[in-house]
Design a protein around this ligand. Structure first.
Ligand code: 5CA
Length: 155
């Protein structure tokens, strides 16, 4: 049995017609480093779903490889308006999930999305699945399919 938030992500994944399985782990997957340790992959293979807020109040999703620090200036230029960090309440309202569990799909509102090109080098990657203990494994090509957006260098 998945917790309700993890099940919400599983349901969203099911709608894409791909076979992906959310797993809930005893260990924390709240951060990229913890998630990598919990599943036994490199931090680079963790797809972090980061929420930013644009100047006009739009939510922007950047799916970044674990170690990469997002270059907000560059994303802002690409978007056409500056972006900054979002606070926890904004993340919760826009995605329906808490920080540390924000998944790449299944959000409350559709989000303009940028995908880190560094994720494409891996055979498999892992993403958060709704809670700070839930993740799922996928391939980069499936990520780009289910979370369509601009594939760019984010760092
Ligand atoms: N489950 C893991 C691996 S996928 C995960 O969600 N990692 S994460 O990096 O995507 O989520 C944590 C991110 O949330 C941090 O990198 C940071 O950008 C953001 N964050 C953490 N604390 C806060 C906060 N108080 N306010 C806004 N954003 C925060």
């Amino acid at each position: 049995m998945l917790s309700p938030s993890a099940q919400k992500v599983q349901n969203a994944l099911n709608q894409f017609g791909v076979t992906l399985h959310v797993v809930e782990l005893p260990a924390s997957t709240r951060t990229a480093v913890e998630a990598a340790a919990a599943v036994g992959c490199t931090v680079g293979q963790i797809a972090k779903s980061l929420i930013f807020k644009s100047q006009s109040g739009k939510a922007v999703l950047v799916i970044a490889s674990g170690p990469n620090r997002v270059n907000e200036k560059q994303i802002g230029e690409r978007l056409g308006e500056p972006i900054g960090k979002a606070d926890a309440d904004f993340v919760r309202a826009q995605t329906g999930f808490v920080i540390g569990g924000v998944p790449p799909v299944g959000h409350a509102n559709p989000l303009e999305t940028f995908v880190d090109e560094d994720l494409l080098q891996y055979e498999v990657i892992w993403a958060a699945a709704g809670t700070p203990n839930a993740v799922f494994e996928l391939t980069p090509d499936v990520l780009v399919k289910i979370a369509p957006g601009h594939v760019i260098s984010v760092k």
